[in-house]
Design a protein around this ligand. Sequence first.
Ligand code: SAM
Length: 287
Amino acid sequence: MKSDPDARTGTLYIVATPIGNLEDLSPRASSVLAAVSVIAAEDTRHSGRLLNHLGIHQPMVALHDHNERDRAAQILDRLEAGEDVALISDAGTPLISDPGYVLVRQARERGVRVSPIPGACALVAALSAAGLPTDRFLFAGFLPSKRGARRAELESLVSERATLVFYESPHRIQETVTEIQQVMGAEREVVLGRELTKTFETFYAGRADEVCDAINADPNGTRGEFVVMVGGSRETNQDDAGEVSTDKLLGLLLAELPVKKVAKIVAELTGRPKNELYQRALSLKAE
Ligand code: SAM
């Protein structure tokens, strides 16, 4: 373990940039970007527009998912030669569903000082205004794009008590909210943060079924960028062996009893709606 960075190396600054509103770039971010020898950017054309707006003309190199390993080696050489480097992504905080992990990891391994310049991050902005519990949350990035894998991931999170946070693209948002409703129940609390910090910033909040209806009814409901937040499971059915998920309970009882009876028993045990459990039991049985 190396915790005391080598003072002779340069510093790798991890600089957050705005997620929409350019005024969210901090004065410190601006001065760091203007002072480093080179700025590593996910997309140099995209970030070039921000830097132009700031009057910053430092040299840039591209560092994205497809070249990160090679590029990281070159950037580390420069850091080890004593140059300061800034890493930025297209928007928000680098490494948060964005490139940079390989570079930061290797920089730390090689004893290079890594310093964050904090600022906008869509998940934190969304959570801070959603009105959902924030004492514990689980950020799961983007859900898988394939339907089966996406559903499996949601199923694995059904009993999670922490608030769940996902990023989602506009063309999948309706499908994802519908699946949250199907997998986690129509009553599960859902909040969507759309176009945060931008002109058309909108929050949709309510039960999963209400939020689903709201975005389906809104002509702009599938436009822009989204953060999806889901209230944690409120199930309290615990025994000495630990947490028992509704699916596990349904599965165990389905092996012994007819679907209708299973739904009735689990509704009594968990307080969840019988109809919803009946539908869930039917799909578990079909699986
Ligand atoms: N690194 C970024 C951050 O710190 O938030 C996230 C990058 S990730 C590739 C892009 C995703 O973040 C978008 O698809 C969307 O889910 C979310 N996002 C970014 N900006 C947003 C905004 N202004 N409003 C809502 N969601 C946003």
